[in-house]
Ligand binder design. Structure first.
Ligand code: ADP
Ligand code: ASP
Ligand code: MG
Length: 811
């Protein structure tokens, strides 16, 4: 005997029913078949709606019933040739009339009892099975329509099955049957003989009950996906089919929301060790998932993750709880007598509080029941009134291999923490097969996707990048990202997408990734750029592993960093404004980075792409102490002093540097020494010093008064001072020295100034726009650690930013 079950989507329309018939035909050649079918897709939902509409005189239930009638008639006319379905149509009409009668009854008495609810929702399966049986009969004459009310029995007033009576009846009715039997799922009979139902999703249960009773060799559940998957494929795009899974794991997954199988369906087959094969009606060749005693077949610690969207957490707490006898017993008895379904329980070890996850629609019932039960204790203040929190969801990770494995929950919580997902409650099954966490529903998608990436090694990790500033450096960065995207994906399993982009005028977004070929077009038609709306968009998307890249020199954008880090979004930036602002602000950002388990990376603040800050950080973290920092930290100034030899004016060399993009947009920032001062300040702070801007003695490269002029007037002022520059150059030159703009920090001084350096000085041979920095430390005492190389330019800066973006992903 073979037992097959086809779900709602497998029988959603005529086309799908044809596929179902093909499968039945191919199977019917081997052995007798019992085929359990669901209602057509969505019909049970519509019937539930009709049932509630019938109790409400203002709502015309007839409209709903007529729509159901029409849907079934359309399927019939697509499946049967004209005139061949007259009898079937009469039978369908008969059922629809009965449905109308029941609804009218409900409407008249204005009351929907459990029994009438069951009657109304049963019509979905009654209609579908009738039509399918007739259709299969066209090819397989020996096809019979069964009525499960004759052999599936529930206890009176509930959907729990009386297995003694049911098993006997199934054996009696079906053990020796031949040919194909079509059986509506979901429907049963109460012991008292009334129609009852098995709960939403219950057709799976019907099939499992029959398979168990007949000790079938296998139960096949045919649905619209190729098996039980590592996560709900509607939420996690990368979810993949699990080949093999144990009964217990499948039960945990389905209990916590994996809708593909109705949880009670596992018990009747588990008892008889009958395997379940989940198969895809739309891809019959796919092997699907085998649910059996053996759970091997995967190398990952967890089998899958799952979720229940929208639950409420009700908590009972109070100092008096410890002393109250039978406290939990009373709580759960109250909930159970109010028919509140308990999904999850957590209890503080002090027993001062118990929290219970329930469906939001049960909150009022729960409140009433619990507050009645504990009326006295609440009145005398021993227990607080029930606290209710809604808008929550449960996520659960499931797997037999989690047992005795160290670090699984650590990984779970660190991934959630890193992505800014707050955990409201935690529960772990005593079998250690499941860890569940209650989180805000708004974080559900992000949590599931980031956990999936973390636990399934085959997954590429998503990195969602938001870029503000597409000038020289920004545009170069986009080009670099574009050419590396596929390499990062294939070699490093990193799926880097630019999901937000802005210049000073417009911004655009695409959570599937902005095309880096046409980003200029996307920006051109973008919305007006405002940093506040840009940040709101980032938090609204709530994407895992989000990185904000600030390629501007804007104070306005830098002043938003605290807000961005507090959203658990990492920041990568060459913008020095934030790190060189007040020490208080700098350390606030560092604290936020820790608190929100995110990254604030600004390697390109000093020396463009050179690994200056990361080296310094490594030295400090490993216990070294920085004693002295010296460097030529301005590529622009180095270029200017290297180029100037008196043959053309100093002003024209500055202009050339500006035109070639080596200076800040306003060259005075370089010439004044302010830019270098900021870099030194950042290095000193990263080395562990509480330093402020005013404490650095900054000497400009030009007479101070020149700095008061702006634009062309500034260049005019430099022209006027040509003699000053010439003298400075010549006095150095005649002694075989060069001018370098040097930054110094040690316990005695913090300064930046132009300096003459002799040919034996390490800074003397510093070409073009290169940078050099030397760290003298306890470990690098006699021979300082020196970093030297190209310290300015769009390519090297962009590559430093790119490296930081990848670093942000790998933490
Ligand atoms: P049927 O109508 O065949 O009974 P259901 O709609 O009840 O099908 O269940 C199948 C659906 O369950 C899939 O389409 C899928 O969207 C959803 N689902 C949720 N979680 C999972 C999971 N872990 N694996 C497979 N499907 C899942
Ligand atoms: N038709 C019922 C429901 O939608 C039973 C099932 O399809 O499994 O819940
Ligand atoms: Mg189902």
């Amino acid at each position: 005997m073979q037992i097959l079950k086809f779900g709602g989507s497998s029988v959603a329309n005529a086309h799908n029913i044809k596929l179902v018939k093909d499968i039945i035909k191919s199977k019917s050649q081997d052995k007798p078949l019992i085929v359990v079918v669901s209602a057509f897709s969505q019909v049970t939902n519509q019937l539930e709606k009709v049932a509630t509409e019938a109790t409400n005189t203002n709502k015309p239930y007839l409209q709903g019933v007529n729509a159901i009638d029409k849907q079934h008639k359309e399927v019939i006319s697509a499946l049967f040739e004209d005139g061949n379905a007259d009898e079937l149509i009469t039978q369908v009409d008969g059922l629809i009339d009965k449905l109308k009668e029941v609804c009218q009854g409900v409407s008249l008495v204005d009351e929907l009892t459990k029994r009438t609810y069951s009657q109304i929702v049963s019509f979905g399966e009654r209609l579908s099975s009738l039509i399918i049986a007739e259709y299969v009969k066209i090819d397989l004459k020996e096809t019979t329509l069964l009525d499960p009310r004759a052999f599936v029995f529930t206890q009176n007033g509930t959907s729990s099955v009386d297995f003694n009576k049911t098993d006997k009846a199934i054996k009696g009715e079906l053990e020796n049957c031949k040919g194909v039997h079509i059986c509506p799922g979901f429907i049963a009979s109460s012991k008292a003989g009334h129609l009852s139902t098995l709960g939403r999703g219950g057709s799976d249960y019907t099939a499992a009950i029959i398979a168990g009773a007949l000790e079938a060799s296998i139960l096949e559940i045919w649905t619209d996906v190729s098996g039980m998957m590592t996560a709900d494929p509607r939420i996690v795009k990368r979810a993949h089919v699990i080949n093999k899974i144990s009964y217990e794991e499948a039960m945990e997954l389905s209990h916590f929301g994996a809708k593909v199988i109705y949880p009670p369906s596992i018990m009747p087959v588990l008892k008889k060790k009958i395997p379940i094969q989940i198969k895809n009606t739309f891809d019959p060749a796919h092997p699907g998932t085998l649910i059996s005693e053996d759970s091997n077949g995967s190398s990952t610690i967890i089998k899958g993750l799952t979720s229940i969207k929208n639950i409420a957490l009700v908590s009972l707490r109070g100092p008096g709880m410890v002393g109250i006898p039978n406290f939990s017993h009373r709580l759960f008895r109250a909930l159970s007598s109010a028919e509140v379904n308990v999904i999850l329980i957590t209890q503080a070890s002090s027993e001062h509080s118990i929290s219970v996850g329930i469906l939001p629609e049960h909150v009022e019932l729960a409140q009433e029941a619990v507050e009645n039960e504990f009326e006295l204790e609440i009145a005398i203040g021993k227990v607080e009134p029930l606290k209710v929190k809604t808008g929550l969801s449960i996520i659960a990770i499931v797997g037999n291999k989690m047992q005795n494995q160290i670090g699984v929950s650590g990984k779970l919580f660190s991934v959630l923490g890193h992505n800014g997902v707050n955990v409201v409650a935690i529960a772990q099954g005593s079998s250690e097969r499941n860890i569940s966490a209650v989180i805000d529903t708004k974080d559900l998608k992000k949590a599931l996707n980031s956990l999936h990436e973390a636990f399934f090694l085959s997954d590429a990790k998503s990195l969602n990048v938001f870029i503000v500033g597409v000038g020289n450096v920004g545009a170069t960065l986009l080009t670099q990202i574009r050419s590396q995207q596929s390499y990062l994906y294939t070699k490093h399993q990193l799926d880097l997408k630019v999901v937000g982009l802005a210049n000073s005028r417009t911004m655009c977004f695409d959570t599937d990734g902005i095309s880096l070929e046409n980003w200029k077009d996307s920006l051109a038609i973008g919305e007006p750029m405002q940093i506040d709306s840009f940040i709101s968009k980032m938090s609204e998307f709530n994407l895992r592993n989000s990185v904000f890249v600030d390629n501007t020199a804007s104070e306005d954008i830098a002043s938003s960093y605290a807000r961005i880090l507090s959203e658990s979004i990492s920041i990568v930036t060459p913008n020095k404004v934030a790190c060189s602002s007040s020490y208080e602000h700098y350390s606030e950002l560092k604290e936020l980075e820790q608190k929100f388990r995110t990254k604030f990376l600004f390697e390109t603040n000093v020396g463009a792409g050179l690994p200056v800050i990361s080296t310094l950080n490594d030295m400090v973290k490993s216990g070294d102490e920085i004693l002295d920092v010296q460097g030529v930290l301005s590529g622009s100034l180095n270029f200017i002093f290297n180029t100037y030899d008196g043959t053309q004016s100093f002003a024209s060399v500055v202009r050339q540097a500006q035109e070639e993009g080596y200076t800040e947009p306003d060259p005075r920032l370089d010439i004044s020494g302010k830019d270098v001062m900021r870099k030194l300040l950042i290095l000193a702070r990263e080395a562990g010093n509480e330093l402020e801007e005013e404490e650095i003695k900054t000497t400009p490269c030009v007479p101070e008064y020149c700095m008061d002029f702006e634009g062309e007037a500034f260049f005019d002022a430099l022209e006027k001072e040509e003699d000053f520059f010439k003298n400075q150059y010549e006095s150095a030159h005649k002694n075989g020295k060069k001018i370098k703009y040097v930054a110094k920090f040690n316990s005695e001084e913090a300064s930046t100034q132009p300096m003459e350096v002799a040919s034996d000085h390490p800074f003397y041979h510093l070409d073009g726009k290169d940078n050099i920095v030397s760290f003298k430390s306890r470990r690098y005492f006699t021979q300082p650690l020196v970093i030297k190389g190209a310290g300015a330019g769009a390519e090297v800066t962009a590559s430093g930013i790119f490296a930081d973006i990848i670093k942000a992903a790998n933490t």
